[in-house]
Design a protein around this ligand. Structure first.
Ligand code: C2E
Ligand code: CA
Ligand code: CA
Length: 433
């Protein structure tokens, strides 16, 4: 009946307890809420930290979860990465929302482990009886559906009764708060190392933005980049990336001169005729050489407006910037088109890389991209390298560079130094300025 690792009740026990809470003898007018929450990418945490460390992290997480509950609340672990809460005796619909907010704040605060900080990312779904359902099975199902909506929509939390209606409201809230975050320092820059597997040297970083305190807790980058694109905030976001990325890489000058930094440029930015001017101004402001900046663009971003993009990419390339095609293999660009693009780097999409050791089909795709890159005289980077075996296989296949959790997680600039020191890569052979 009980979950072996954590001694928490399981799904069967949950349904029994929930049924009892819904018993009509409970006080009239009182509500019972069910909240299901999933720890996002728990598997990635296990891979990154190992299973023993992950158990420590989960134990700390469960302790924090308990600290958010009242005596009469009930907690079960219904899957490896999924928990369910029953909150009986509620007075109004706002109480479960406040509980979710409290859990977000408490459980997503960094967990310290061996001097490192781990932040959990959670998705929630909730339902309330009697409004949404009045039997245990149906109420849990409503909460599960809401959780699924939250995950599909990249939202932190969805209430069953608001599944449809809440979307425009949430979108508007996200826009307003994103603008404030860009302007008032609410975003964080993380840097993920890229290494050269041929020479064993550090090859640079990709800058990835984080929004840790969005309206419903941390917001997924794909979600807020999408919001920025839809709401005219993509240029301010890109400017924020340029200024922070170039400034912070400049700060490492004394330790690692001219660290190459890659920044993601999305579709709309690539059609703005002012882009080259804006980029050059930022390079100048932070006193960085243009060949230390790589612009990452996806095939689909280019194909959305090929003529304008080509012009802009050509201008950037003429000024010495490097151009990388991101997520290569997932778009529909023709090889003939690739020939016309001023490209220096191909980044093999992680969907082909993460399972390549077990999948012959993925290995063939990866080998084809590596061969293509060599034939076009391009540097090839494999993304999503999650273990040693994948790294070794890529090296044997002739892939030059690697990026992924096995090499290094995306981390704030302040942690990069510790990563350098603990890393097997020959980091300090970077050419002198
Ligand atoms: P991307 O450019 O393909 O970035 C790589 C994504 O893969 C990042 O997700 C990174 O955290 C994740 N990743 C890195 N190593 C591994 C690994 O070993 N395994 C797995 N499974 N994943 C790995 P993230 O940070 O969530 O970013 C998602 C996407 O959001 C990025 O995809 C990029 O397209 C976009 N993005 C992030 N920051 C920015 C930004 O500042 N501006 C723009 N325009 N887009 C951004
Ligand atoms: Ca990228
Ligand atoms: Ca990518």
């Amino acid at each position: 009946m009980y979950n072996a690792i954590t001694t928490l009740p399981n799904r069967g026990d949950l349904l029994g307890t929930l049924e009892k809470s819904l018993n009509p003898t409970c006080d009239a007018g009182e509500l019972v809420a069910v909240i299901v929450l999933r720890v996002q990418r728990l598997k990635d945490v296990c891979i990154e930290y190992g299973y023993t460390e992950s158990d420590t992290i989960i134990e700390e997480f469960i302790e924090r979860l308990h600290s958010c509950l009242r005596d009469k609340d009930y907690l079960a672990r219904i899957n490896t990465d999924e928990f369910a809460l029953v909150l009986p005796g509620l007075k109004n619909q706002a109480q479960p929302i406040m509980a979710i907010n409290k859990i977000q704040r408490t459980c997503c605060a960094p967990i310290e482990l061996d001097g490192r900080e781990i932040k959990m990312k959670l998705a929630f779904g909730s339902s309330v009886s009697p409004d949404d359902a009045d039997c245990a099975d149906a109420l849990l199902r409503c909460a599960d559906l809401a959780l699924r909506d939250a995950e599909v929509g990249d939202l932190e939390s969805v209430r069953y009764c608001e599944r449809e209606a809440s979307e425009p409201v949430q979108a508007l809230q996200l826009e307003t708060q994103l603008e404030a975050a860009i302007n008032a320092g609410g975003l964080q820059a993380c840097y993920q190392p890229i290494v050269d597997v041929e020479t064993g040297e550090f090859a640079g970083v990709e800058m990835l933005s984080r929004w840790p305190n969005g309206p419903f807790g941390p917001v997924n980058p794909s979600t807020f980049v999408n919001t920025a694109e839809k709401s005219g905030l993509i240029m301010p976001l890109t400017l924020w990336c340029l200024n922070n990325g170039l400034r912070e890489c400049g700060d490492w000058q004394a330790i690692l001169p001219n660290v190459p930094v890659s920044i993601n440029f999305s579709t709309l930015v690539l059609t703005d005729p002012h882009l080259p001017e804006v980029v050059l101004r930022a390079l100048n402001l932070w006193n960085r050489d243009s060949d230390t900046l790589t612009v990452e663009v996806t095939e689909s971003a280019i194909m959305a407006n090929p003529e304008t993009c080509l012009q802009i990419l050509n201008q950037l390339h003429e000024h010495g910037l490097k151009i990388a095609i991101d997520d290569f293999g997932t778009g529909h660009s023709s090889l003939a088109y690739l020939k016309q693009l001023p490209v220096d780097i191909l980044k093999i999409d992680q969907s082909f890389v993460t399972n390549m050791v077990d999948s012959l089909a993925d290995r063939r795709i990866v080998q084809s991209v590596i061969d293509l890159a060599h034939n076009f005289d391009l540097t090839v980077v494999a993304e999503g390298v999650e273990d040693e075996e994948t790294l070794d296989t890529l090296t044997l296949m002739g892939c030059q560079r690697a990026q992924g959790y096995h090499v290094g997680m995306p981390m704030p600039a302040s942690e990069l130094n510790a990563w350098f020191k603990g890393s097997p890569w020959e980091l300090f052979n970077a050419p002198a300025a």
